[in-house]
Design a protein around this ligand. Structure first.
Ligand code: CTP
Length: 416
């Protein structure tokens, strides 16, 4: 969602200046364009060449610098989609709070109308000083986003609040600010990961799903303003703190959790790889290898998505399918059978089927049979593409339903 965005990163003079290199790298990794402004003091800690190399552009250091191509402080302020100051010293915070503009960074901060995100880092005493706290309060009141410093051991030898926030948190806040809240008002139920069907206390039936696609969808939906509920099978992924998450182990538990929350949802995305069968008997003790052969009898699990399709109402249902042959026809018949609006299908034998990987190559098929094959994408990008398609198909469906209603009423009036 920040691909192609213009980010201006301002770096001020503190030991945490070196951490800003990773911040710039994270934005470049997501294909954003980054311009870096360094204050004079920042250059005591890291050289502009470091940031020039990482950002791929010359670094701006002077208000009256001779830059090629020529760019003024106003042009820099105008082109920014966001200005981030990290680390921000007590000095730059005070200057912005007072409207002072005596160097390039403070001038750009005053001249820009783009959102401003500030990540302070300084000695604990400086941070706790009521003057700094007043300045921070002033900035917050002006809707400037502050990513608070964290607590820990500081480079100056003190222990306390003042360390630059985690880069990941600054990146997260940036994504949040730059993402339009186009799914506001939607309640999205997402399932993710595999299910574990126990054989005995040690063994189980499961599959290779990592949960990454479902988690990426949950994260992207949340960022786009939706209310999200994630029902997840066992995964090794980091929990998504801000997302209401229900952890389940087997298909029965997933069915129960989904049924409980289904009613209140407007969209359901079933990315979980649910085990179709479970061992008929789950042994209380470990099964010992006493026989030459062993037969496991399996019985069917509930088809959660099929049940939802039967009881769909006005909800928008999205299914996933991994197939090994006749991709499109198999997926289309699944879409019909389960009464879905959209199905996301991938080839389980190609590119390792996307299992466990950070990227995948999928085809989307909507309820009208329209097929769109996407190139291989990172799952985070794919999540946004899927959400874009859900939004578009949902709007189309609503428009068609509106037209049909209007035609039906016209026919009724005519026949009266
Ligand atoms: N699904 C489900 N409950 C099941 C099995 C599958 O809700 N017991 C959902 C999956 O989450 C997925 C979709 O149905 O969104 C398709 O799953 P898939 O395993 O590809 O299809 P099946 O219906 O199980 O058919 P088959 O295994 O025969 O291809």
């Amino acid at each position: 969602m920040i691909k192609g965005k213009q980010i201006v990163v301002g770096i001020t003079g503190g030991i945490a200046a070196y951490k800003a290199a990773d911040l710039v790298r994270q934005f470049r990794k997501r294909d954003a364009a980054v311009d870096v402004i360094m204050t004079r003091n920042a250059q005591h800690f890291v050289t502009p060449l470091t940031f020039q190399t990482i950002s791929g552009h010359p670094v701006f250091t002077d208000l009256f610098g001779n830059y090629q191509p020529e760019i003024s402080h106003i042009a820099l302020a105008d082109k920014a989609d966001i200005l981030i100051i990290a680390p921000a010293t007590a000095n730059i915070i005070a200057k912005i709070a007072s409207g002072l503009a005596d160097d390039l960074l403070s001038t750009v901060a005053l001249a820009t109308t783009a959102p401003l995100l500030i990540a302070p880092a300084m000695n604990t005493k400086m941070w706790e000083n009521p003057i700094t706290q007043d300045n921070v309060k002033k900035l917050k009141e002006r809707t400037i986003t502050i990513v608070d410093p964290s607590t820990g051991e500081l480079a100056c030898g003190y222990e306390g609040k003042g360390r630059l926030a985690e880069i990941e948190d600054i990146v997260d806040k940036t994504l949040d600010i730059l993402t339009p809240k186009d799914l506001h008002g939607e309640r999205i139920l997402i399932t993710a990961g595999p299910t574990h069907e126990p054989i005995d206390p040690i063994r189980m039936l499961t599959n290779r799903s990592s949960g990454k696609m479902g988690y990426a969808l949950a994260e992207a939906s949340y960022r786009r303003g939706a209310e999200v509920m994630l029902v997840t099978g066992p995964t090794t992924l980091m929990p998504l703190d801000h997302i209401h998450t229900i952890r389940v182990t087997n298909a029965f538990e997933m069915d129960k959790a989904v049924s409980k929350h289904y009613k209140s949802c407007s969209i359901v995305i079933k990315a979980a790889a649910v085990s179709d069968y479970r061992p008929k008997k789950s042994f209380r003790e470990k099964v010992k290898k006493t026989h030459k052969t062993l037969t496991l009898e399996l019985e069917r699990n509930p088809d959660i998505l099929y049940k939802m399709g039967k009881n769909k109402g006005s909800r928008f249902l999205v299914g996933f399918a991994a197939e090994t042959k006749n991709l499109i026809s198999q997926a289309k018949s699944k879409l019909d059978r389960k009464n879905l609006d959209l199905i996301v299908v991938n080839h389980a034998l190609q590119n390792d089927g996307g299992f466990g990987s950070d990227s995948n190559e999928v085809t989307l098929i909507d309820y009208e049979g329209k097929v769109e094959t996407l190139p291989r994408l990172k799952k985070t990008e794919l999540a946004d593409k899927i959400l874009d398609t859900i939004k578009a198909v949902k709007a189309e469906k609503k428009a068609t339903a509106g037209q049909k209603k209007a035609t039906d009423s016209a026919v009724k009036r005519k026949n009266r």
